[in-house]
Structures are given as C-alpha cells and as structure tokens.
Design a protein around this ligand. Structure first.
Ligand SMILES: NC(=O)c1ccc[n+]([C@@H]2O[C@H](COP(=O)([O-])OP(=O)(O)OC[C@H]3O[C@@H](n4cnc5c(N)ncnc54)[C@H](O)[C@@H]3O)[C@@H](O)[C@H]2O)c1
Length: 391
C-alpha cells in the first residue's frame, strides 16, 4: 500500500476487514509515524518512507496507489520499472497526457493496471448497470451523476499544483465514469460544455462545477460537483432511457435515519457535518461505496489474466473528458474531447426515436384518460401533421 491516509486505510479495511485471503504486507507513507501506525493496525510486515523499497519488496505482488494526485504518475513509473501489477486510485492522472503516459508504461511493462473507481462498483450501481445492460431502460438518453460535499480532508487537495484541479477533477472523475458506464464505454465522448467557479473557498481551483458531456450516439452525460455543499456527502445518480428510469441515492437518505442528542459523539459517515440531531448513517460504508466489489474484481482479474471492469484506459478517457471540461469553463464554448488513443466504436450516429403506429402514422404518445378511453397522439407520415385519436 502506498499512502497511509484516508483512502489507504479505507482500502485496507476492505482488503482485510472480512475473512480475506488478500493481505496488505507492506506500507509506504511519507511520515514514519503514519507508516508505523498503519503497519501496526493492519499487520504489515514491512514499512518504509522509501516508496521504491516498498514497491520492490519481494513479498509485494501488487501495488495499490493511495497517494496524492501528483504522486500517481511517479508511483506507476516505479511499478513499471519493477514489473509489479498496480491498481491506482482516482483520478488516474491530473491530465489526460499524464494518464496516457501511465497507461502506456503499464502496457509496455506487461503488468496489470486497474483503475480504482469505487463508485462504479457500489452494490446499487452494479445492479443498476446490469439492469441497463439487460435493456430494461431501452436506449440511454441521459445519465446524470452528482457528488457534492463540504470539501476534502487534507491540505494537498486544496493546492492546485498537487491536486491538478479542484472539485471537478476530484469528484467529477467519479461522475464522468458513472455516466460513461450507463451510456456505454465504447461510445465516444465528443464534446463538453462546462461552468465552473470558485464561489466560496479562498483557493485557485474551482469549488463548484456543472457540465454536460455529449456522446457520439446522441446521449448526454451530466455532472454536478461541489466542495461547498452543506449537509454531508450527496452521492446521487439518475439514468433516463426510452423505456425506463433509475434514481440512485448512495449516501444520504438511504433509508437509515437516526436521531441522537450527540451524547456519544460517534463517527456517522464520511463527510458527515454533525453527530447530533437527525442523522443519515450508512450501513456498511466500505461495501456501500463499492470497495469490496472493486477489489474482488481487480484481484480476480489478475488471477484470470483479464482486464478489470475499470482499467487505466478508462482512467485516461475520464481525464480527457475532464480536460475538455476545464477548457470549456474558460472559453465558455463546447470543447472537443481529445482522445489520441480511442478503442471504442467509431462513427456512431443518433438512432431514430420514431415508433411506427401503422403504415401512415408514427406514434408520439398514448395515454389512458380519466374517462376511460385511450388517447393516441399520432404524426401523419405524409403531411407531418400531428393529430389526436381516441380508441
Ligand atoms: N472514493 C475514492 O476513491 C477516494 C476517496 C478519497 C481519496 N481518494 C484518492 O486517494 C488519493 C489519496 O487521498 P487521501 O484522501 O487518502 O489523502 P490523505 O491526505 O488522507 O493521505 C495521503 C497519504 O499519502 C502519503 N503521502 C506521501 N507523500 C505525500 C505528500 N507529499 N503529501 C501528502 N501525503 C503524502 C501519506 O501517507 C498520506 O497519509 C488521492 O488521489 C485521492 O483522490 C479516492
């Protein structure tokens, strides 16, 4: 494990929290005391403040990168050098160029590269994706994802150079990949329109952003992200298709509501702003945020010699979409998504939505009236005229 902070510990809880056969054997942290505490808490046999020593350690078969964003690329380069399989937290890079280099290093070294996009492994997301893939929602037209909270927990996130951006890179990376999954990962993202602003915090990066991502088949992705939202962590997805709709609430208002005067001062959930009053705890955060299913897929993929559902290639595509979003926020124009490497479908066009009613008409809408008749709204093919008919 590289990094003994917030996400390193979450990952370790997932890896060793149940009766897992996987083991965190070595920990790298910047500070000796962090490495020592992590090693004691999770039973690591090797600890160091030297990153390369941990990667090269003979007991290490796979490296998990849980470091600040500016250290992902140097850590991946060392994994490639020592030919160690690697899984990396989000965002993969600070830019698509950085992510592309990381992807190429991994592919040239012939090592496994898994992208730790946990929110594409949450139980609700996995069920929703299965439903979408089975066709229950028809053709996907719109996928929206929202992640907002009151801001991150460590200094480096707030520094544009180390983090590579603000809330858009930090949280938008989740939202973009969620929408890509629902719309189809092989459908090319074409262009992005984005508004981003620094509304509250005294930082150089954005603390609030909203964007639209246009896909080649006519579908639209949308994300809403903020570091200035009050009330905890809001994680919601919406999918709209020609045959159905899905709404997912992953964190707040999940059906678990609790009131306390705050007597015990307990931990409630990630980014919860209060431990008193009406609260929204999360039953099993490690599982509900997707970490368990994510590591299961990653490690099975290594054993089976296949790609995981989320790869370095996916991380690179996400970075490319976010690069376009940053550009659009500046130019106030739709900006193209620049993908020098694209492995999906080419030349898709928007499918026609027209439903045939009979030889002369298209069906626009049918509805049961309160007076017991079915009303049809039809379009005459020849004249283009729109008519009503009751049956
Ligand atoms: N849901 C998620 O997938 C999720 C959630 C939170 C964070 N993350 C990602 O995990 C990575 C680490 O975030 P975190 O929340 O664990 O951060 P953190 O500040 O809590 O921990 C970072 C750790 O990295 C190590 N480190 C080494 N060099 C460092 C340096 N120069 N400055 C600071 N720390 C240094 C330290 O051990 C430190 O504890 C980031 O890329 C972040 O985007 C992912």
């Amino acid at each position: 494990m590289l990094g003994g902070g917030f996400i390193g510990r979450f990952y370790a809880e997932s890896l060793q929290g149940q009766r897992s056969r996987d083991k965190v054997v070595a920990i790298y942290a910047r500070r000796e005391e962090t490495a020592q505490k992590f090693a004691a808490d999770y039973g690591c046999t090797f600890q160091s403040t030297d990153m390369e020593a941990v990667i090269a350690h003979p007991d290490v078969t796979l490296v998990c990168i849980a470091l600040p964003n500016n250290l992902h690329a140097p850590a991946v380069a060392l994994c490639a050098k020592h030919k160690k399989n690697v899984v990396c937290t989000k965002p993969l890079g600070r830019t698509a160029a950085e992510a592309l280099t990381m992807m190429q290093q991994v592919e040239e070294a012939g090592i496994f590269g898994g992208y730790l996009e946990d929110l594409c492994y949450s139980p609700k997301f996995l069920k929703a994706l299965e439903t979408v893939k089975s066709g229950s929602l028809g053709r996907i037209l719109w996928a929206k994802s929202r992640e907002t909270h009151p801001g991150p927990h460590s200094d480096w996130f707030w520094d544009k150079e180390q983090a590579g951006g603000g809330c858009m890179l930090d949280l938008g990376c989740h939202c973009v990949e969620i929408a890509r999954n629902f719309i189809g990962k092989d459908v090319r993202p074409v262009e992005v329109m984005c508004w981003a602003a620094t509304q509250v915090k005294p930082i150089d990066a954005e603390d609030h952003a909203i964007a639209l991502v246009k896909y080649e088949n006519g579908a639209i992705g949308q994300f809403e992200v903020s570091w200035t939202f009050r009330g905890g962590m809001d994680l919601r997805d919406e999918v709209m298709g020609t045959e159905g709709t899905i709404w997912i609430n992953n964190f707040l208002r999940t059906g678990f509501e609790m009131f306390t005067t705050g007597k015990a001062g307990d931990y409630v959930a990630e980014k919860a702003e209060s431990d008193a009053g009406w609260l929204f705890p999360v039953g099993d955060e490690v599982n509900d945020l997707g970490y368990n299913h994510m590591f299961t897929d990653m490690f099975r993929a290594v054993e089976e010699g296949r790609d995981a559902a989320e790869t370095f290639y996916d991380g690179y595509v996400v970075n490319a979409i976010l690069d376009a979003a940053y550009k659009s926020a500046e130019t106030k124009q739709w900006e193209p998504v620049n993908l020098p490497v694209w492995r999906g479908q080419e030349g898709l066009t928007q499918a026609s939505g027209a439903v045939e009613y009979d030889a002369d008409h298209y069906l626009i809408k049918e509805e049961m009236t309160h007076y017991g008749k079915k009303k049809l709204i039809l379009k005459e093919k020849a004249s283009g005229k729109i008519i009503e008919r009751e049956v």
